[in-house]
Design a binder for this molecule. Structure first.
Ligand code: PNS
Length: 165
């Protein structure tokens, strides 16, 4: 698809964000610096291990991205590619931390390309300091009373403390 001059490039950064970590935030900032508009999209698909309801995840994301003018937070159910089309997106942004992420991400990217060949998946790497960080580990740490300072934004730290206390 040829791109019209002056056409904005919109990207979707989809995920569970249960909860948003400093690794996600790092990727959001990187994405916001190269795309004209970045939609951080929380999946509505139920996850039996979810700690936060979608509404809380969205609230936390909105809070931590409020200084980023070209970032909006949304929710989507069903197929990611349907949502991406509805937003006029040209790209899906995903983070790759280590080689172990690659296989799953490749499968997803290829499947998404089959569904919608016009939308590219773009991979970015978070800062090295976050290469071991995941929402799953943060939740486990919080549940077991471990330190989450520096791993998640302060508002998420507070919400985690309230959830597990
Ligand atoms: O943060 P996560 O759990 O790694 O995010 C996974 C997510 C939400 C991006 C992925 O599960 C997804 O896109 N779900 C929507 C359903 C869909 O479109 N499935 C087909 C793609 S293979």
């Amino acid at each position: 698809m040829a791109r019209e001059e002056n056409q904005l490039v919109i990207a979707i950064y989809p995920g569970s964000f249960d909860p948003v970590t400093n690794g996600h935030l790092d990727l959001i900032r990187r994405g916001a610096s190269i795309f004209d508009r970045l939609v951080v999209a929380v999946t509505l698909n139920p996850d039996k291990d979810a700690l936060f309801p979608v509404k809380d995840r969205v609230e936390m994301l909105e809070n931590v991205t409020e200084d980023l003018e070209n970032v909006e937070v949304g929710v989507f159910g069903g197929l990611l590619m349907d949502y991406a089309r509805s937003k006029g997106a040209r790209a899906i942004l995903r983070g790759i931390r280590a080689v172990s992420d690659y296989e799953y991400e490749l499968q997803m990217a290829m499947m998404n390309r089959k569904i919608e060949p016009q939308i590219e998946t773009v991979f970015m790497m978070p800062a090295e300091a976050y290469s071991y960080l995941s929402s799953r580990l943060v939740k486990e740490l919080a549940r077991l009373g471990g330190p989450v300072k520096g791993l998640v934004p302060p508002i998420v730290e507070e919400r985690l403390r309230a959830k597990v206390s």
